[in-house]
Ligand binder design. Sequence first.
Ligand code: DCP
Ligand code: MG
Length: 472
Amino acid sequence: MPLPTNPLQMVHLGPRKKKPRQMGASMVCPSHDIKFQDLVLYILEKKMGTTRRAFLMELARRKGFRVEDELSDSITHIVAENNSGSEVLEWLQGQNHKVSSQLELLDVSWLIESMAAGTPVETTGKHQLVKRDYSANLNPELQKTPPLVIKKISQYACQRRTTLNNYNQIFTDAFEVLAENYEFRENEVFCLAFMRAASVLKSLPFTIISMKDTEGIPCLEDKVKCVIEEIIEDGESSEVKAVLNDERYQSFKLFTSVFGVGLKTSEKWFRMGYRTLNKIKLDKTLKFTPMQKAGFLYYEDLVSCVTRAEAEAVGMLVKEAVWAFLPEAFVTMTGGFRRGKKIGHDVDFLITSPGSTDEDEEQLLPKVINLWERKRVDSGKCSQQEGKTWKAIRVDLVMCPYERRAFALLGWTGSRQFERDLRRYATHERKMILDNHALYDKTKKIFLKAESEEEIFAHLGLDYIEPWERNA
Ligand code: DCP
Ligand code: MG
């Protein structure tokens, strides 16, 4: 262990077991056994202060951590307090320190939790100031400089890589509540502003901890920044709190949780004075659509999320049914599950078959539904709910002509914000029209063909974004 250069590191913190001591050139240094050989820690003094740094270094060493005084290539973990990822990266750049993809930049909470646990705890998004794989994602030529200086964040979700690892959930959850409330109030402009803001923050490789971190980030309007500022200062947003307590918001949230119920119906029920589902179900004067009837009947099943295992099981049933009519068909799970989500509100499938006729395509879904309907009746699994051994799950089936499968796959994989921005990008940046069926070049006046999603991105002049990076 290198000798401490700072005498404050000698600070004794209460009673301690006698340990063999090591003699230094001019001072006595307490020596501690290193229990965790793979980790080499460096604690950043910036914004933490000398005294606290010395205190934490001593404590960590006593707990068996190897803590270095100086920055060097052997450091594996850098621990900082009150610093954002961008600040730490900037500081490291100033020190001419190479940031490898293996280096962990962590908040002090990780060290404190690890010391409490007596062992290094797993580093997760809540500890990581910078996504660890971030520099590995970059062009190796660019890796020598810290990543944040290089990448300008695009206003388009289709030019950002957004995995499920969200470092700013505290903000994005708040924005999503506000966006939803604006949607319920049919204020599209504000709704979109908060959805875009949530989307851009989900793509950041660090957690925002000060307003300085928001500099250079697109899609953050003043209204949005006010909410960020309040959350940084108070840990919560008063506006979000008010919305969550708002009667209209609560009622709309409840009503739209019924399958088949949208804004129009919610508005009607709310104006009729309804606040609970039970009263609505009992109102004989209300007419429900077949979807709403199913929504009420299977309410509990449908509000509980679909797991991946359930989605896979449904996939087998879909394939079995589809192949009964079109043995050549490809059945692909799309939507959130294709993006790597562990749960979903439904399961989405895209079905396509080489050589299928228009008639085949038109008839497939009715045939599949009909087959399932017959099976359901035969098995007696009608609407009886008592002691039931099955679960109702929403399934979205999309059938498309084989030549259009790439467009359909791209369109049905989502996320919604990613799709919105793909279209917006095509229109505004390329003078093209993109939808779930085709891509039209308005300048050349031709439809552009594509056999794969990669080809569509290439037509649009975009870098390819993998499905799991489309969680915008
Ligand atoms: N989609 C679309 N237009 C629609 C509905 C959906 O383009 N009117 C696309 C974008 C969605 C995808 O299809 O991401 C699947 O829709 P879902 O509503 O099922 O959304 P997700 O699968 O992304 O999320 P969840 O996990 O809630 O099902
Ligand atoms: Mg879905």
